[in-house]
Design a protein. Sequence first.
Length: 234
Amino acid sequence: MLKLDSIQTKYGSIYALKGIDLVVNQGEIVTIIGANGAGKSTTLNTISGIVQSIYGRIEFDGVDITHMPADKIVEAGLVQVPEGREIFPQLTVLENIKLGAYLRKDKHAVKQDIEYVTSFFPRLSERFNQLGGTLSGGEQQMLAIARALMSKPKLLLMDEPSLGLAPKFVYGIFDVIKKVNEQGTTVLLVEQNATLALSVASRGYVMETGKIVLEDKAENLMNNESVKAAYLGF
């Protein structure tokens, strides 16, 4: 479904990505783990068109999206839940959710899909008229995911969904990631909590300083001694 071939991305004169090769197959949850500054978020931002690569090719569903505008990438079915959630604080919960359907042509189905996405997060339907900025961090993460799902993505990019959240919210968010995947959405997940990420993923990539240094089944990465020492805390 997604293929990155030799992707290089720079910030000024600094190479953030130094030739990334990565594949996500339809139906998978794939995770990228690594330390802060390894290039994980830059990888997602490059895929979704927020940052432009200077070399290499990104293919999604058989189409070259390397230099496609970000809104066209969303329209093609590739949607990102950004790090830090980036909800609109002065809009209501319902308005934030509806913005996820902005590019959709099937407006008649939007109401039904609002019910669908909030079925994952019943708490949101209780807060439809509340301003997004008044929600807790965990609730804002729920809102960011619900908004992304309103775009009806084929592939969902998730950037640090557990960042800054209380444990009760973290496990709830990861349960939703699994449910969304089981209902047909492929997921590429960037996550600092490597143990949790690998527990839901089928495969994983390890990044260090802008490069992929290891790729394997999630189970094998969980049992890899160097991964355990560097990222899993044991």
